[in-house]
Design a protein around this ligand. Structure first.
Ligand SMILES: Cc1cc2nc3c(=O)[nH]c(=O)nc-3n(C[C@H](O)[C@H](O)[C@H](O)COP(=O)(O)OP(=O)(O)OC[C@H]3O[C@@H](n4cnc5c(N)ncnc54)[C@H](O)[C@@H]3O)c2cc1C
Ligand code: SF4
Length: 462
């Protein structure tokens, strides 16, 4: 199926300029561009895009409203299934979800569903009806641990049902990975994330920051002493992994999580803040996911020559296609089929290079991807003064360790069913703490399903 109108390109900052600043890369559509792009949608009877959306947004319906200029109706349509459209429009891996299934993609370019969602979400923030007035209290209280997408989505849905909701967040800022991980140049914090969170505050959700569940409070104290009817755990998977190779303890080796937290949450890139960060003059980032792309592009913006080292080929890169494309435009070097085996240091204990081996692809492994195999006699060195490890993350064990009877699996994830019910009565969980590191939309969907299950549980208990 082809379409005579070409996909409407999104205006972006010039790559050379943006590689030196932290302002948002993509400007988004204006109304005219959005309507032109919306006119490409065929309004399919059996929309393949909806089937591939993890939260089943009524995509042709909202796009139809955009086409007619009915932007409040478009926002209302998305709101039935997603509480973070401005965020998801920017960060969802659309190419493997809705856009990957769009019928127009078979012979041409799919509808830019993500950019249209972002357009509607941003319009709603600026001009939308503020209908999030406080609902009548239903007399029940729910505690949420963690303020990432799963916790926020769960909090919003429960507040709308009249629950008194309090979110306990370990960090000093609310938003989880949306504020500490994903950089400003991809997801503006004050203009977008903070304002989507403000709408929850208007619903009456209370945020208690600098509060660590498992230390300041526990799941048991919330249920038994503080009188909450249920607890939702959405504490994410923020514990970084390392390779376990020699030299990883040298000065200049850092996890992507720490590097990005310093840059984003602690504003190290902003001259007005005195948070230290070291990007060096040549930074090597190990990994190929979104976290690796965010780290390498941040290092570049902080002045380093920046290189991705990834053990598989470009086809297997798990990062969003748009991030890889943007990184290349910004001058990031990609060393594919390359794996570090040692970090080499100076006599003063600082990184001077990584020793690597070349890889080739063998048979598919259990993930279905061809597994990388070391090429014989292929060792070589890449000179650098910073190595950033972006190899994936695991859940922090603190909450499970301090909560009696909460079952976890061998990866340290809390065991929960599809509705978020855990092995402990009254305790629900969702997002990365259950699935391991995944995506914003999946975490948000899990939070919303858990909110329904919590409502059912509390009402059945009465
Ligand atoms: C750098 C980076 C880039 C990413 N890019 C993308 C992307 O482009 N697209 C995409 O879809 N996904 C992306 N992801 C993944 C996505 O952000 C996560 O899957 C999602 O945020 C998970 O949501 P969550 O609510 O489960 O947890 P999180 O967002 O991790 O939030 C958990 C919150 O719980 C808090 N917490 C943890 N322990 C405690 C405790 N004991 N007490 C109180 N609070 C606690 C944490 O401080 C945090 O604020 C990225 C992740 C990272 C790290
Ligand atoms: S599959 Fe593509 S063309 Fe069809 S309804 Fe979805 S976005 Fe529109």
């Amino acid at each position: 199926m082809a379409n005579k109108i070409a996909r409407v390109a999104c205006r972006e900052q010039d790559p050379k300029v943006r590689a030196t600043n932290f302002e948002e890369v993509c400007y988004g559509y204006n109304l005219e561009e959005a309507q032109l792009e919306a006119s490409r949608c065929l309004n399919c009877k059996n929309p393949r895009c909806v089937a591939q959306c993890p939260v089943s947004i009524s995509i042709p319906e909202f796009i139809g409203h955009v086409l007619k200029g009915e932007l409040q109706a478009a926002a209302d349509t998305i709101a039935r299934d997603s509480s973070l459209p401005s965020v998801c429009g920017r960060v969802c891996p659309q190419e493997s979800q809705c856009e990957g299934a769009c019928i127009l993609g078979i012979k041409g370019e799919p509808v830019a569903i993500g950019k249209l969602e972002r357009f509607v979400g941003d319009w709603k923030i600026e001009h939308g009806r503020t209908d999030d007035q406080r609902p009548t209290p239903n007399g029940h209280r729910v505690a949420i641990i963690g303020s990432g997408p799963s916790g926020l989505a769960c909090a919003g849905d429960l507040a709308k049902l009249g629950y008194e909701v309090r979110v306990f967040e370990a960090l000093h800022k609310v938003g989880g990975v949306l504020v500490y991980g994903i950089p400003e140049f991809r997801l503006p914090k004050e203009r977008i994330v903070a304002r989507e969170i403000d709408s929850l505050r208007r619903l009456g959700v209370v945020f208690e920051t600098d509060t660590i569940a498992g230390r300041t409070v526990t799941v048991d104290s919330l249920l038994d002493e503080e009188g909450y009817d249920a607890v939702f755990i959405g504490s994410g998977a923020g514990l970084p992994r390392f390779m376990g190779i020699d030299g990883e303890n040298l000065n200049g080796v850092v996890s992507a999580n720490e590097f990005l937290t310093r840059a984003n949450l602690m504003h190290a890139y902003d001259g007005e803040y005195d948070t230290p960060i070291y990007a060096g003059s040549r930074a090597v980032v190990v990994g190929g996911g979104n976290v690796a792309m965010d780290a390498v592009r941040t290092a570049k913006r902080l002045g380093a020559e920046a290189t991705i080292v990834y053990r598989r080929s470009e086809v297997e890169l798990p990062a969003r296609v748009e991030e890889v494309h943007h990184a290349k435009e910004e001058g990031i070097e990609f060393r594919m089929l390359t794996n570090p085996i040692e970090v080499l240091g100076t006599d003063k204990g600082w990184v001077r290079a990584v020793r690597c081996v070349e890889m080739e692809l063998g048979e598919p492994d259990e993930s279905g991807r061809r597994s990388p195999v070391v090429k014989e006699d292929s060792e070589f060195e890449i000179e650098c003064d910073v190595v950033i490890m972006a190899l994936g993350t695991s859940p922090n064990p603190l909450i499970a360790a301090t909560t009696e009877g909460l079952e976890t699996n061998r990866r340290g994830c809390i065991v929960a069913d599809d509705e978020g019910r855990t092995s402990r009565e009254g305790v629900f969980a969702g997002g990365d703490i259950v699935t391991g590191a995944a995506t914003v939309i999946l975490a948000m969907g899990a939070g919303r399903r858990a909110a329904k299950a919590i409502d059912y549980y509390v009402k059945a208990k009465k």
